[in-house]
Design a protein around this ligand. Structure first.
Ligand SMILES: Cc1ncc(COP(=O)(O)O)c(C=O)c1O
Length: 336
């Protein structure tokens, strides 16, 4: 399993820390809980997209691109980080923001990631919910081609096999760090959305025969659909890396019990998770992804799904910038 033959730029402040959470572990009296700090990857306030963008921007530059085009929800962390990466390598960018969450507070549409997108300076276009955003991406690409640009299209979340290589690398990093610490990792848990993170982790752990299982906590799709989508991308990533044999189906496991009312819609569990980790360990989750992911982990621990003595690694995929879009929910009473 060799990622070295793929074009790549360096964006990640790696290795990101693998830390023990003593207060959460004591409080829950279940397994030992560790956190992989991929919120600290660097690149315009960090998050999981930094790792994917190393390979995506590398590929774009290798193909002679002049202009990056991507899409995401209004508060997309992926969009924010993609603009930053494009800027760093002198590429222009056009981003499509889909109004996937309706009826939110004004902060949702103008603060958080949207504010940073504006500071970073991409061409921003909005789209109503319900369109095929891949078609929209292709149409913008065609328009840019007619204008003499060489566009490079990055799918939502940077989730194709090239982007997923970033999480193959992250899995290798977790294996190396846990070996150094003498830590047996019994389970990795994280928030799963557009699937690239989970696909990369699964391929990285399985390709290294580590035996480390991964559980994705879905933030949008129902379990079967999420598992199918992750499996499809994991297989493509497996093939891209020319790993021998077949990726076993059962390596892809998702849980969609913590989605609540839908993508980006706050849940009580998310609110509790965000506050609990902030108030016990001083670590900030986000309202759309890692908050729901950690809410899932908390609930599963409380239900006895993991056992005392086991070591669980939660991959913090970043996104705290999104908190600023959710002030009305997180802190409904003004401080002053
Ligand atoms: C903060 C954060 N966590 C998790 C995810 C989910 O990762 P993936 O889209 O690779 O499944 C995203 C993706 O947008 C994200 O922004």
């Amino acid at each position: 399993m060799n990622t070295a033959s793929f074009p790549r730029v360096r964006l990640t402040q790696a290795p990101t820390p693998l830390e023990f959470l003593p207060n959460i572990t004591r409080l829950l009296q279940g397994p030992n809980v560790y956190i992989k700090r991929d919120d600290n990857t660097g690149l315009a306030l960090g998050g999981n997209k930094t790792r994917k963008l190393e390979f995506l921007i590398g590929d774009a530059l290798a193909k002679g691109a002049t202009h990056i085009v991507t899409q995401g929800a209004t508060q997309s962390n992926h969009v924010r980080q993609t603009i930053a990466a494009a800027n760093k390598f002198g590429l222009k960018s056009t981003v499509l923001l889909e109004e996937r969450v309706s009826g939110a507070h004004a902060d949702y549409y103008n603060n958080g990631n949207v504010l940073l997108d504006q500071i970073l300076g991409a061409q921003i276009e909005t789209r109503p919910a319900g369109l095929d955003m891949n078609n929209e991406l292709v149409a913008v690409g065609e328009r840019l081609k007619s204008a003499g640009e060489a566009p490079y299209l990055i799918p939502g979340g940077g989730s194709n096999a090239i982007g997923a290589l970033g999480y193959v690398v992250s899995a290798q990093e977790i294996i190396a760090q846990s070996n150094d610490l003498g830590l047996r990792v019994d389970h990795v848990v994280h928030a799963t959305g557009s699937t690239g993170t989970q696909a990369g982790l699964v391929v990285g752990f399985q390709g290294a025969n580590s035996g480390i299982p991964v559980l994705g906590i879905s933030v949008r799709a129902a379990r079967d659909k999420q598992e199918d989508n992750v499996r499809k991308l994991a297989r493509q990533t497996w093939e891209l890396l020319k790993i021998r044999g077949k990726l076993p189906d059962e390596t892809v496991q998702a849980n969609s019990d913590y989605v609540g009312g839908g993508y980006g819609v706050p849940t009580d569990g998310m609110l509790e998770a965000v506050q609990l980790l902030a108030r016990t360990e001083g670590i900030l989750l986000d309202p759309v992804y890692s908050g729901k992911g950690f809410a899932g982990l908390l609930d599963l621990i409380r239900k006895g799904h993991f056992h005392p003595g086991q070591n669980i690694v939660f991959v913090h995929t970043g996104g705290a910038v999104g908190l600023f879009g959710y002030r009305s929910v997180l802190a409904p009473q003004a401080a002053f």
